[in-house]
Design a protein around this ligand. Sequence first.
Ligand code: ATP
Length: 239
Amino acid sequence: MLRIEGLSCGYGAATVLHELSMQVERGEVVALIGPNGAGKTTTLQCIAGHVPAKRGKTTFADEDLTARAPQERVRMGIAISPEGRKLFGDMTVRENLIVGGYSRPSGATAANLRRVLDLFPRLEERFGSLGRTLSGGEQQMVAIGRALMAEPRLLLIDELSLGLMPKNVDICYQALRKLRGAGIAILLVEQNLTKALEFSDRVYVMDTGRLVWSGTSGEARSRHDLADLILGHASEITA
Ligand SMILES: Nc1ncnc2c1ncn2[C@@H]1O[C@H](COP(=O)(O)OP(=O)(O)OP(=O)(O)O)[C@@H](O)[C@H]1O
């Protein structure tokens, strides 16, 4: 569904991603892993259209994304839960969620809100609370929920579990399992290697802006040197 061929992009004159080629199929869960500064966030931001491509081609459902603005990509079915969650601190949970549905007809808002609250019942309890008063886990739930308000076919999630308590990590992964069950494709940037390999179908490993390894999650799990080589966390890989 998402096809990236020879993508190079960066900030100003600096090129950060070099000749990246990858794909995500319909309903597939793909993890993007690698050390700090590898270019994972830049990859997601480039797919979302927030960082312009310098070279290469990206298509989504056979449509060329190159000239598409971020809001057009949202309308086409690509939504992002960004690194740092980026909620509006002075807006309520309800308002933050509604912002995510701007690309949909207003008549769809109530049903989409209901779906998000069913997925994250905790947000119903915090519905009228301001973004800045939420815990990290609640913020992550809102960030994912806000992306879902756009009814995506591809969900980009940056650093799902960073800074979250284990219980909230589990809640978020349970929600993602349901989304996957509903046929939504997920491209996940995740520092927690064990979780990433457990949950995904396939894995891409990046380093210094290039893809250095790709394979199924099973293949990644059997590569006991992978984490050691790439991330320096070999103990986190499970057999
Ligand atoms: N806004 C920016 N302007 C200039 N350079 C940037 C910007 N954002 C990121 N970079 C640089 O691009 C490179 C890739 O950064 P990126 O955040 O994509 O990596 P990452 O793999 O997501 O790292 P992390 O795990 O630390 O978030 C780094 O060298 C970083 O310093």
